[in-house]
Design a protein around this ligand. Structure first.
Ligand code: AMP
Length: 112
């Protein structure tokens, strides 16, 4: 499968890694939309939120634990936003489930 995030998870493509465990990887986004912008992905290929089901949803809870852990490490005390785009209308451009974490600037709401 030609998936760039699978390649990053497998170490076949470089990334600016922040955190890794057996199930997840976190790395900085190459095109940051905030002073702090990183992605957290499952190492297993899941296309997006539209492929989450009762057999794989446990990884989502774990990813949120990872996000909270990294946020504490990076001192994101003033808050942050977690975003997951899904499908074309959601603006998803990489078809491997990922959670954007944006911080260190005030973010508009609604996002537009
Ligand atoms: P989305 O558009 O929600 O699917 O988000 C995909 C994100 O992946 C975008 O913010 C891209 O900037 C980012 N991205 C694409 N390729 C890489 C890469 N090789 N390393 C880090 N981030 C990437």
């Amino acid at each position: 499968m030609d998936c760039i995030f699978c390649k990053i998870a497998a170490g076949e493509m470089p990334s600016n890694k922040i955190y890794e465990d057996e199930e997840t990887l976190a790395f900085y986004d190459v095109s940051p939309q905030a002073p702090v912008h990183f992605l957290v992905i499952p190492k297993t290929h899941i296309r997006g939120v539209d492929e989450i089901n009762e057999s794989n949803s446990g990884i989502v809870a774990h990813i949120y634990e990872v996000i909270a852990h990294i946020a504490r490490q990076l001192d994101l005390d003033n808050g942050y936003r977690v975003v997951t785009n899904c499908g074309d209308d959601g603006g998803q451009t990489v078809g491997h489930l990922h959670f954007h974490v944006l911080a260190k600037r005030t973010l508009a709401w609604p996002p537009g």
